[in-house]
Write a protein that binds this ligand. Structure first.
Ligand code: TLP
Length: 347
């Protein structure tokens, strides 16, 4: 069966133009810095985020990890939201591999961390305390529904960080979704940060990879971290080539994914039995739950949807995440709504 796969935008497969570019890519040994296609992608990424330099990494997880390790030493502390991807879904890498202590402050519903909460979390200069080094933000914020943080908010966090001599890292896995949703450039959103990662292999459709960007000096340190983590790749230009096509051709179309998320939500809102997270969808993600009187749990409901040809992410006992992306067209939106209606009727 050809499934309509709404589990994530990570399921996107490369476009024909990407496959052609991968086939034709000029390559070299990137551990020697000699892959011209990787070098070009890194330059493009730096330019798009307004940073001095970029580093191609195999995943968003490695990008965030290399960033935290380049900002912090063992025993240092990073402040991040209790719903941050780095805290919840990156296997505790910053502590396990970097010895970095994480300090969680509550994410507000809009994905932000309250400035006062950040301020209170910054450690005093006291021998009993770890040294606070870093504040991590996420834009768009995955677990907060794909909501985007504003330039103004990011700037406020950056100014606060500067008062205390801290660094700011932005997990911008979906930075371009945030930019498109707000009608601003990615470089404006990433401006008030010291480092930013964005993913090529999510809504931008490339098969593999993310880019970590920051100052030249920061990227030099992150480069060594990438090597330590085993992320030095050789003829990675075959992957970077798809990333270049992604940056050149896939950014402006992201608004189509946002519009389709809205259309799908509008269709689903007509059905009894579903309750939406307030404001959902903000970008390309819908978060929706079953109301109490629908019998069975989320896994059971998702299995029924699979029988009807639709895959969704199960993100709670009765809660789902539906992510629109390049391979979800208008008929797929209608089919998905039909599958929900059918599954609810039979529930
Ligand atoms: N998120 C994945 C899952 O891990 C949950 C998804 O399907 O959304 N930052 C953010 C905000 C992310 O959403 C993700 C992936 C990452 C980092 C990690 O990227 P990868 O999967 O490339 O390591």
């Amino acid at each position: 069966m050809n499934f309509i796969d709404l589990r994530s935008d990570t399921v996107t497969t490369p476009t024909p133009a990407m496959r052609e570019a991968m086939y034709a890519a000029d390559v070299g040994d990137d551990v020697y810095g000699e892959d011209p296609t990787v070098n070009r992608l890194q330059e493009m990424a730096a330019e798009k985020t307004g940073k001095e330099a970029g580093l191609f990494v195999p995943s968003g997880t490695m990008g965030n990890l290399a960033a935290v390790l380049a900002h912090c030493g063992r025993g240092d502390e990073a402040i991040l939201g209790h719903l941050a991807h780095t805290f919840l879904y990156e296997a505790g890498g910053i502590s396990a591999l970097g010895g970095v202590h994480s300090r969680q402050v509550p994410n507000q519903a809009d994905g932000t961390l309250a400035l006062e909460d950040i301020r209170l979390a910054i450690r005093p200069d006291d021998v009993h305390a770890p040294v606070t080094r870093l504040i991590c933000l996420e834009n768009t914020h995955n677990r907060c529904g794909g909501v985007s943080l504003s330039v103004e908010y990011t700037r406020q966090v950056y100014e606060l960080a500067r008062q205390y001599n801290l660094q700011v890292h932005l997990d911008g896995a979906r930075l371009f979704n945030a930019a498109v949703a707000q009608g601003v450039n990615a470089r404006e959103l990433a401006g008030p940060t010291d480092s930013v990662t964005f993913c090529l292999s999510k809504a931008l459709c490339a098969p593999v990879g993310s880019v970590l960007c920051g100052s030249r000096d920061f990227i030099r340190r992150a480069h060594r971290m990438r090597k330590q983590l085993g992320g030095g790749m050789r003829q990675a230009g075959v992957l970077a080539a798809a990333g270049i096509v992604a940056l050149e051709t896939m950014v402006d179309r992201l608004s189509e994914d946002h519009t389709r998320a809205k259309s799908l939500a509008d269709l689903l809102k007509k059905l009894p039995g579903l309750i939406f997270d307030p404001g959902s969808p903000y970008t390309n993600m819908i978060f929706v739950s079953l109301v109490d009187d629908v019998p069975g749990d989320g896994r059971h409901f998702s299995a029924r949807l699979i029988e009807l040809g639709v895959k969704v992410g199960v993100v709670g006992p009765r809660r789902f995440r539906l992510v629109t992306h390049y391979w979800i067209d208008d008929p797929a939106v209608e089919r998905a709504a039909w599958a929900f209606e059918t599954a609810l009727r039979g529930a």
